[in-house]
Design a protein around this ligand. Structure first.
Ligand SMILES: [Zn+2]
Length: 241
């Protein structure tokens, strides 16, 4: 029922832009951040995932991310990722903005993906801005505690946006532009708590939310589906025929 209603919104309120958060990847076995079983329940993000921590003790930040990059690389896209890729193929989703760093949207086949918090795909040199693919970074980490830039020898930083860092250049601008032209922003798996991304739905003419549990913007959504992303989005694709 809810899926049919959501399918109708996607069809009628074009163009549609998707906005995804950690909740779409939990079905791939990736823990979210802020729930009681989330990543930040056990570890203080300011100590392992902030730019200040990186400057003070890059080895500690890399110990955390080496494990995380490995876990995320081993995860597979789920029905929710595939459904959004299918909607893009059919021209029903123009682009996808994601807070996730796991690259599962691209691996599921989505092409226009704006990664507003960066990704694990590569690491970056803060000195010369060289980017180094995750595979060679992980290989370096077997021999040293902080990987170095092959270009200038400076320390490499994970390619994800750390706490206290600005978002990747251009990413938020593109995401805002997409939201402003959207007839519908389809929010999936985000509790819409992390700004500035959480403000994007408010830029669109309308937005719908698929999320397990309440979000900060439930009362302003044209439709809220409280359910799992995978099953819900697969049903939407089916309803669209
Ligand atoms: Zn460099």
């Amino acid at each position: 029922m809810a899926a049919a209603e959501l399918a109708a919104l996607v069809r009628e309120r074009q163009p549609c832009v998707a906005l995804t958060g950690a909740g779409i990847s939990t079905e791939s076995g990736i823990p979210d951040f802020r729930s009681p079983t989330g990543i930040w329940a056990d570890v203080d993000p300011l100590e392992v995932a902030s730019i200040r921590a990186f400057h003070e003790d890059p080895a500690r930040v890399w110990r955390f991310y080496a494990e995380r990059i490995q876990a995320l690389s081993d995860a597979e896209p789920n029905a929710g990722h595939y459904a959004l890729a299918e909607l893009e193929r059919r021209g029903l989703v123009q682009a996808l903005v994601t807070q996730n760093i796991d690259t599962l949207h691209s691996r599921a086949g989505s092409e226009d993906v704006v990664e507003v918090h960066g990704s694990i795909r590569a690491a970056q040199c803060l000195a010369c801005l060289w980017t180094e693919p995750a595979s060679t970074v992980l290989a370096q980490l077997e021999e040293r505690s902080v990987p170095v830039c092959p270009h200038c020898g400076g320390p490499l930083k994970p390619g994800v946006t750390l706490f206290g860092e600005l978002l990747p250049p251009g990413a938020l601008e593109r995401a805002t532009e997409l939201a402003r032209m959207a007839g519908l922003v389809l929010v999936v798996g985000s509790s819409l708590e992390v700004w500035p991304v959480a403000g994007l739905p408010l830029e669109a003419r309308a937005f719908a939310i698929v999320n397990q549990g309440p979000t900060a913007l439930d009362h302003q959504a044209v439709l809220k589906v409280d359910g799992p992303a995978g099953a819900t989005l697969a049903a939407v694709v089916e309803a669209l025929g």
